[in-house]
Design a protein around this ligand. Sequence first.
Ligand code: PMP
Length: 401
Amino acid sequence: DCIFSDVESAPPIEVFQMSKLYNESTNPNKVNLGVGAYRTDEGKPWVLPVVSTAELQMANDRTLNHEYLPVAGLPDFRTAALRVLFGSDHKVITENRVEGFQALGGTGALRLAAEFLKKVLKFDIVYVSSPTWGNHKGVFKTAGFSEIKEYRYWDSETRGLNLAGMCEDLRAAPPKSMVILHAVAHNPTGVDATKEQWAEIAKVCQEKQIFVLLDCAYQGFASGSLDEDAWACRFFANQDIDLFVAQSFSKNFGLYNERIGNLAVVTKDPKKLPEIRSQMEITIRVMWSNPPNHGARIVATVLNNKAYFEDWKGQIMTMSSRIKKMRHELADNLKRLGTPGNWDHIVKQIGMFSFTGLSPKQVEYMLSKHVFMLSSGRISIAGLTPKNVQYVAKCMDEAVR
Ligand code: PMP
């Protein structure tokens, strides 16, 4: 008798399932619009030149070794990550009211946040946007949250933000609730709040004393500017509230497989930082004990060198501009084909994704044409290239007719 005989298959992880189908497909027209990873005009992954420069420098540096990092992570990385997020002269930095904890990607930062919120601060209720990134609910559920609630976000009529619905849902939150807000480039919709709308959201959270966790996975990908894309994080941190920000460098550094992220903890009371730090360390200790070095070292090397930092900003601009260009090309192709419906949202949405509005049935048609995308209708714009955009538009056109 095998101890595993009663083990049943878990549901597939849709986004990785799509990559598998794409890799297995022998169709010459196949396109992968599932996974949110940057691709070049040739449809290839891109190692940022500044990352290669940092890696070469690291390889030649005989003073480096493979000793364990501190439990909370590489100090140079943690402080540099906070500077890029808040700006070096932000008051939470000058007043020493923030500390970063290195984590395994944005996911690890979220998981660390969830563990701390549940075990140390005794939170049980989390609000996530409807729809949201496919992993938010699972991470918080696994950390022991008993209630995963949704707030309205996407308005399918206007293909924009349902601010009234969002605020109404948050206003109805029970005491001791927390909320995950996408800091920039909302995944999957590509729809963000305006500055005025952010102010309203912040007001509701303050009035209802809802603890805010900002998920910042795409800084630089929306506007091309690190400062502009950090606006919501800096704004919330300005409100003299306690706050978490989960930062990911997977996308803006193209370091997907290095698992490099940071959990920024902003506190009203800096005197509590030693206690917060000790609880974070003990939480990290039982999960991954101490974090990996390579990605942290790359990010620290780039952020702490003026010339490399400028190079990096340019390379972020390259990525965000190409994505914007592909949005326009897709929309132009649909217009040219006279595809029924309004497709302006493809150009208006920001960041890596577009929520196309294709129905599950229309998505099935796309899959049959070997254009791989999520059943929600989300496509990764980064997967479009000058060579495949016409084919994708043609398939979308056929799907909606
Ligand atoms: N949050 C959001 C909204 C994301 O889209 C992603 C990546 N898809 C993450 C967090 C996690 O990023 P990472 O790969 O760094 O774990």
